[in-house]
Structures are given as C-alpha cells and as structure tokens.
Ligand binder design. Structure first.
Ligand code: PRX
Length: 592
C-alpha cells in the first residue's frame, strides 16, 4: 500500500492569502498547523494527519486543476471516492470554484453510479485507482470505467492513486496527483450567492429513481456548523470522530462541513468496525484521542455481540459525547453504548435527521449540556426546528403522549431546496401530503413530557444498516429478471441491520426455476444494479401477491406475514383473492 499518497509541497502561500473562506482560509490565518483531517487508513496505526495549511494547499491545487480541465462555476462534478483527504479536498475544491459536487458512495454499483452521473450531467468524475477496506482491495476505477461507458456527458475522469497498483488509463483519464502538482497553491475562491447550489446528494424515496437533493451555500453551512457545535458539545481543540462514509449526508455534514467550518480536527475512517478485530473503533479512540464519537446503531449492535472485552481493552477516557444516527437505536444497544463504551459517564445523543434536512433536527441536548436524556429517544428539537405530529386526517396532534406523521412546520437554514431537475417531485413528495408542512416520511411519538421518539418510516423506504432503500427501486431491478412477472419488496426487523429485505416474487407462466438458482440470480442483479447492501435476505416465490380489487399490493399484509403476526392481518375484505394470503403464509421462510 502507498504510504506517501498525499502530494504536498508545504509552501507558505496558503497562509498569506487574504480570503475569509469559512472551512479553510479563516483557520489557516489563525492556526495553520492545526490538524484538520486525521485519515484513519484501513491498517490500524498508519493514520495520516493533514493540517489546515496542507488542506488549503491541496484544495487550491485541485481547484486550479479542475479549472484547467474546463470545470466552470455552476457545473456539477461527481466524486466516487472512499473517505480520504483527496476526497475532502475535491469537495472543497468544487465549492471554491463555484461548482457543485455530487459525491456517490463508493459502495454503489456501476449502474447506480451511472444513473447519478447522468442525472447530474457531470462532465468530470473524480475517483481513485482502488479502494482499501477491511484488508481487501476494491477496484473503484474499474467501476467508474463501466459506469462512464453509458454516460455521454463525461469528458474526463481524474484518477488518484490510493494503492501502488497501476490501472488501465484511457485518453479520458487524468492522473490526479501528477497534474495537481503542476498547479499553483493559490486559487481564488469564487463569491457565491447564499442560495447557490453547494452540492447534490442522491437518496432513495418510496417511488421512482433516487432523487438528487440540492443543498445550498449559506444555510447548509450555518446549520451544520451550529448543530455540530451544540449537539455534540464540541469545543475548540476536540478531535471529532464520525465513522460514517463521506458518500452519505452524515459524512458531508459531520465529517466535512460542520467540523471544518468550526476549525475542528475531523477523522476520516476508511475501514470497518471489525477490521482487524472488533476492538477497532476503541483502539482508534485511544490512539487518536477522539473526544466525540458518532456512529450508527447497526455497528453498535454488531459490536455488542462480541462482548465487553473488546471495548475495555482500550482507554476511552478522551471520550466526552457519543452520538447515534441513521436509524432507531434500540434500548439494549443504547444502554451498552452508554454503560460499556462511555463508562456510564458520556451522554449518548441519538440524533434524528435526514439527507433532506441537511443537519440534525431532533437531538437530546441542543441547548443544555446537562439536560435529561431518556434512552433511545431523540428528545428535543434543535433551535428553529418546529416539529408537528399529524394524524391520518391531516389534523395536528397538539397534546403530548401522541403518535403521528412527523412534519416540520417552518423552514430552517439547512433544508434541501429542491430535487435536481425535478422541482415538482420535490413539492409533491414533501409538501403535498400535509399541506403547510414539510413531511419527513417518518412517524414519531411525543411522550407525556414532550420528548420525541422516532418510530420509523411511514412510506415504502427500507432502512438497511442505516442506508435508505426504496422498495420501488428494488422491485424495478427484480422485475427485470426474465422469469419474473412481478414482485413486492418489504423490510422486516433484523437484529443487526435494523431492517432486512424480504422479496416476494411471482414468476411468469410456465417458468420453472429452482428457488436457490433464482435467489442467486436476483441477488447478483441487485448487487450489480444498486449495491451489495441492498441484496434481499429472503426471496419467496408465490403464485400471486395479495392485492386490493383496484390492483394495489397489500404490503401491510405481507409485512404482518413476515413478522409472523398472522393473527393481526387486519381487514382483508378488500382483497381480490383471499387465498393468496394463505398461500403466502404457508410458504413463508422462517427468519433467522
Ligand atoms: O427514517 C429516518 C432514519 O433515517 C432516515 C434518513 O436517512 P438518510 O437521509 O439516509 O440520512 C441518514 C443520516 C441522517 C430518516 O428519515 N433516521 C435517521 N436518524 C434516525 C433515524 N431513525 C431513527 N432515529 C434516528 N436517530
């Protein structure tokens, strides 16, 4: 593996510049040698530290390179990279020259990447030759090569070298380090309007293809920096360890923009929670002196199963706040996180928010570092957030101890402004279900004391290990299998992943296929079209799906069958073919 990957030529130029740019220049003027990024590489103990001065230099060189390659203000650059300093510099370089970035999670398949590049109309893609994760090398450049074959807009691919292995380069490919070293270390930042686009980020909805949510300059940065400071009780000099991937909104807001705007030291985690062993997170906490640790319940549930020793082997006295994000955290995981990881002395902040909200909206301690926290509850709205619960009739539930659709009743700085190219879809999805309110897609309970607890999605979005997956997106892939007539995908409760994927399949007439063969074929298709995490855990062939007389699949019924709640199937009088349910019940796989 390459040890010397960061091309730096630590000149003084960056320090002397006159610009007050929020995430870099400001800090370079006051504390140029403060560490901005700690790149926690896959192999423990090989971390690389990048100061604010170095990060500004990388960003300027990259900005100049992008300009030389023809990227202009208003263009959109797609970034397909794992967490690493050049990925952060690429995002900031786009911001510096007024281009939007579109980071695509480097676990997405070539087809998913191609969809996002096409929708964003990117002419430039930035990637690495290979990724390294959990001791394995991943051919990311090859995935990009496959994707861009179907993306006529792409004129160039900038390729950074994460490993020493050479990869085939075409005329379209630009060796990133080599070319950026030819550039000047000063790049004048472009002044943008507060409502200009900062980035697009694609996320799944309950219908159709993933949507490119648009976040803008000023409100987003203000919101991420404020929430980063208050929700995590962040102070100058703290080392902030968010172990998400930069390909998700959590990485954008709490690895890159929030911490850097606050002049913080932020960790970029390249590995997995169990590499080389289940003590990885806590060994890293000790070695890097992490003060705030921010992770996902799915990882906590996984590590809990390996026992307390993996945690107790390491000194975690640096920890001050523990954060949770992406899915509901069950009480057992919360208690373990608090008692074992935090030694009972670190508050656990369960933070609720979404790609759409830009930053944390509901969290235990936005204003008072001493306030009460109830395990497993997101608790209190952040400054300026006005949550509302609405019933099925669209009436606001004004009393406490009520459960309803979680909406937000007034705009806030970090909210997404539109869906790229589809403003109508934006208004229909978020503002039409409950007129006058932003609808989050989630359900929530407000306790007697007025605290919020998130119940889960109300729409057809599955949350697998904190990753959003639309059932329509999944069914679209499954239905492309030549033997499949139709399908229905649903989420079911999974003790590690939060939700697993169960797919019911109806075969075309006269198609005979072994279930194992079909399952293998469908898993490969899903992995190729979306990503590995989206692969169904269970596939069941049925003669027909339970539908209403108007032809709507009764997912509610399928969910009850999969949850083994067949006594609670509810009203079946609208079913077109009541026998279909009995058939589904008798063929249903025992979940393990
Ligand atoms: O259902 C909620 C769940 O994740 C969804 C947002 O997913 P995404 O846009 O990918 O962003 C994830 C990271 C912010 C929400 O609609 N979710 C997120 N945080 C929580 C949560 N569910 C329960 N508790 C949370 N703390």
């Amino acid at each position: 593996m390459r040890q010397d990957w960061i091309p730096l030529n630590c000149g003084e130029n960056g320090v002397k510049n006159k610009w007050k740019v929020n995430c870099l220049d400001r800090h370079v003027q006051t504390c140029p040698e403060r560490v901005a990024l700690i790149w926690e590489r896959d192999e423990p103990g090989t971390e690389v530290k990048i100061t604010y001065r170095q990060l500004l230099e990388l960003t300027c060189r990259l900005g100049n390179l992008l300009k030389r390659q023809g990227v202009r203000r208003g263009d959109c650059v797609t970034i397909y990279m794992p967490p690493c300093p050049l990925a952060v510099a690429s995002m900031l370089a786009c911001a510096r020259i007024g281009a939007a970035h579109n980071v695509v999670f480097a676990g997405f398949s070539s087809e998913a990447l191609a969809d996002r590049i096409r929708d964003a109309q990117s002419s430039t893609v930035i990637t690495v030759n290979q990724g390294v994760r959990g001791g394995k090398v991943v051919d990311l450049k090859r995935t990009v090569d496959q994707a861009v074959q179907n993306c006529p807009s792409v004129q160039q691919v900038l390729v950074a070298m994460r490993t020493e292995n050479t990869v085939a380069m075409t005329d379209r490919d630009v060796p990133l380090e080599e070319e950026m070293m030819k550039e000047d270390v000063v790049c004048e930042p472009v002044a943008m309007d507060s409502e200009d686009v900062l980035f697009l980020l694609y996320t799944s909805g309950s219908t159709g293809k993933p949507k490119g949510l648009v976040h803008t300059q000023a409100g987003y940065l203000l919101y991420t920096s404020l929430t980063h400071r208050y929700v995590f009780n962040y102070h100058d000099g703290d080392v902030f360890g968010c172990v998400a991937d930069i390909g998700w909104i959590t990485g954008h807001s709490y690895i890159v923009y929030g911490p850097l705007c606050n002049g913080g030291t932020t960790v970029l985690f390249e590995s997995t929670p169990v590499y080389p062993n289940p003590g990885r997170y806590w060994e890293m906490v000790e070695r890097l002196g992490i003060n705030q640790f921010y992770g996902a319940p799915t990882a906590i549930r996984l590590l809990l199963k390996y026992g307390d020793e993996w945690v107790q082997n390491y000194n975690r006295s640096s920890l001050k706040t523990l954060g949770s994000v992406g899915e509901p955290i069950n009480t057992e995981a919360w208690e373990w996180y608090h008692r074992v990881v935090g030694d009972g002395r670190c508050p656990v902040v369960d933070t609720w928010w979404q790609t759409e909200t830009g930053g944390i909206c509901i969290a235990p301690r936005p204003s008072d570092p001493e306030a009460e926290i109830v395990p497993g509850m997101a608790m209190r709205p952040f400054y300026g957030i006005k949550p509302a619960l609405l019933d099925t009739e669209g009436e606001v539930l004004s009393s406490n101890d009520s459960t309803g659709a979680l909406c937000i009743s007034q705009a806030w700085p970090g909210m997404a402004r539109t869906i790229h190219n589809h403003h109508q879809r934006f208004t229909e999805t978020y503002f039409h279900p409950y007129p006058g309110f932003f609808f989050t897609g989630d359900g929530a309970h407000r306790s007697k004391e007025g605290y919020y607890q998130i119940v889960g999605r109300l729409d057809d979005v599955i949350n697998v290990s904190g990753h959003r997956l639309g059932t329509a997106e999944l069914e679209d892939v499954v239905n492309q299998c030549p033997g499949v007539a139709e399908s229905a995908a649903i989420g079911y409760s999974h003790d590690i992943k939060g939700e697993g994927v169960y797919v019911f399949v109806v075969l075309k007439k006269a198609v005979m296929v072994e279930e194992d063969v079909l399952a293998q074929q469908l898993r490969e298709m899903v992995s190729r079209s979306i990503a590995k995490y989206a692969c169904p855990d269970f596939i069941q062939v049925v003669r027909c799906l339970p539908k209403t007389r108007s032809g709507k699949i009764m997912r509610r019924v399928l969910r009850k069958v999969v949850e083994r709640n067949t006594d609670e199937l509810g009203d079946l009088s609208t079913l077109d073919d009541p026998d279909s349910v009995h058939e589904v019940i008798s063929g249903h796989r025992r979940l393990c």
